[in-house]
Design a protein around this ligand. Sequence first.
Ligand code: MIG
Length: 810
Amino acid sequence: MNRAPFPIPSVVAASALLLSTPAASLALDWTNLAPIGPVSSHTRTARTLELRTADNSTVTLSILAPDLVRVRTLFPGQPASPDHSWAIAKTDWPSTTWQLSESPTALSITTAELEIVINRDPLLITFLDAKTKQPLNRDERPMARDPKTARVAAAKKLGFDEHFYGLGEKAARLDKRRGRFTMWNSDTPGYVEGTDPIYQSIPFYIGWENNACYGLFYDNSHRSTFDMGWSGQDYTGFTAEGGELDYYFFGGPSMKKIISRYTELTGRMPMPPLWALGHQQSRYSYYPDTMVERVAAEYRQRDLPLDVLYLDIHYMDAYRVFTWDKTRFPDPAAFTARLDKQGIKVVTIVDPGVKYEPADPAKPNAPRYAVYEEGIAKDYFLRRKDGSLYIGEVWPGKSLFVDYTKADARAWWGDWHRSLTDVGIAGIWTDMNEPSDFIDKSGATQMDVVFDDLGTRTLYGKHRNLFALNMARATYEGLQKLKPDRRPFVITRAGYAGVQRYAVVWTGDNNVTMDSVALNIPMFASLGLSGQAFVGADVPGFIGRGDAEILARSYQLASLVPLCRNHGTIDYYDHEPWRYGSYAEGIVRKFLKLRYRLMPYIYTTLEEAHRTGVPYFRPLLLEFQTDTNALNLDDQFMIGDALLAAPVVRAIERGREVYFPAGLWYDFWTHTPINGAQTLRVDAPLDHMPLYVRGGSILPTTVEMNHTGEKPWSPLRFAIYPDAEGRATGTLYEDDGLTPAHLKGIFRRISLTYDNNVLTISAPVGGALRPDQIYQPTAPRDFEFTVHAHGKTLSHRRRDDGQAHRIEIK
Ligand code: MIG
């Protein structure tokens, strides 16, 4: 994008700003923060080193793995709340060996991978790579807390050439250095680059310096701020308005390893149903049923792929969640069945606001709203400190919100989805879960709302950022219970670290502008680096009309993104692919067909994210960690380790520069080899997206289709792109795409190796104990192999007989 992370005013304006504002007030505010005292004593247990300090603080370092250490600090007067986090998926770590050494000035912990040196006075912690002794991260000053406001803060030295990645969903460029970011889930329609905060809070980042990386997860859900060198060259700091200084440090040096560990700690994305990777169409709102079916018919008539249609808030009876407007949708079960016959699933929106609808004494016989009635009777709705109900205002008017920290309230909310699954709804779209409240979107007047929080009764300040996580959990677990033989599909707008266990994410109310399309790349990459692999944005955008060019360019990018969903706001323009003329429609068709052809590769890559946490959508830096040209490269991206896309994300441009990291590359469209370690100017007319394959890859693809269930993957086409040594590798992952059977090992993975004309295919493997319990393709099928080598193309075709083979391709 070649733009600064934040709009930079002219030099004159910038210096005026500095003259009128003392520099210190721009920095993270350290006034009133009492630094932790020096170490006075320590105790070692099997897993922990516990420090006590002169000021009566305790710092517990827990060695969870050779590359994972938790630092939890309790300052004087800070109550030791139960050791529980809604974000953490794994608390039970196998024991790991580590040594403690002591000197008069320091204590030092050594694991196989990390060395942690704790300077006693002042208390400063340094993390080093145990093998290279390279310092990875150092306290710049002692940790601190303001006893009056309960604010806590930490500061780490900022490396001269240190760069930062992750921090979840931020409307900012890839490299977060020099930025400052707040974590406070916010409903921000029409956000642009620099708007902060937006919907999600994931306080996890990866630091990069001298090719070595580390990770830091600050597990504090209170409103927090991350200063990544925004206020100066000395430190990067994080501060939170309450809660503990409780962070996890991840040793690298590989970025992939860090994300893998982070997602082991906070959980990984469950496998979605295959149809969730199909093209999806939404609108605020399609109704009545006949209108929805007309959209479906258009798709089929126009030979445009479609797997999913969405119902936005107007399907409900006056926005009452878990009800149907029976004039608009008289027979929802018949409606979903008709669409299902055409291979189209229906996903409905579910908002957290429950209509506040007490009995009207004037109308004793009026029908009662059961969700409200039950929630009141069971005391599941949030209340303020004074005991009164927290009544907000959203679509239904006055509304109540469920306390999802109560296990029985979560189960109850989950059960209510029966009203949707019973009539054939296939997935749930949870919106407005920041939670947004029209009375006060900032949350400032809701700080006295109390959450049960496992009986500890804590306040809104801790829970706003957790609300969507716990609502997504209730939804996911509800769907699991209601449809045990189906993989849940939940899509959420807000979230906190760990939300990837329950829901996929879309990036909210973006604009139909090229800037918004461009912002997709750093946003998806950063979400992926933060553990959230299944992401997407409204195509061509939510707010605005756009034009044929934006439609074409946004679909080119989206054709490779996990969530590929067209959406648009109310009382605006229609955004369906045919609304911008037949030329643009043709381009959309071409790229949607491409997506379905690539589905075997897309699914295989997504399964890798599910299994390892390594994201599907990757910044080039993740694949080429030592390539400094990739440090802030965010107008191109990779899907898995084989595909490099360089979509045009600027208006009017019909060509662009593409950076090729070292190695051999191939043009996906022409198979022309391209030498890496160079930047090339390439043509990109409106119907073209520059797309490349990394030499050394074998790409599994199949035939095009109009929905994921239309045909089996047959033939399966393996496109082989040898590297400079004439070798290539690839894998194909398959399962039934629908049920949780893969969790019992009922899947099928084959690996392929190509070495100078000799192709080796492994026998398929599953994960079950009995080797016959492997996923079996639904019908006999062919394999096709095509080698793109040295300007010529060699092919070979054979029946898939489920056996290992060694084939010479000549
Ligand atoms: O701001 O349900 O982000 O996708 O169409 C309105 C109506 C509330 C916001 C979501 C958008 C959805 C809309 N919702």
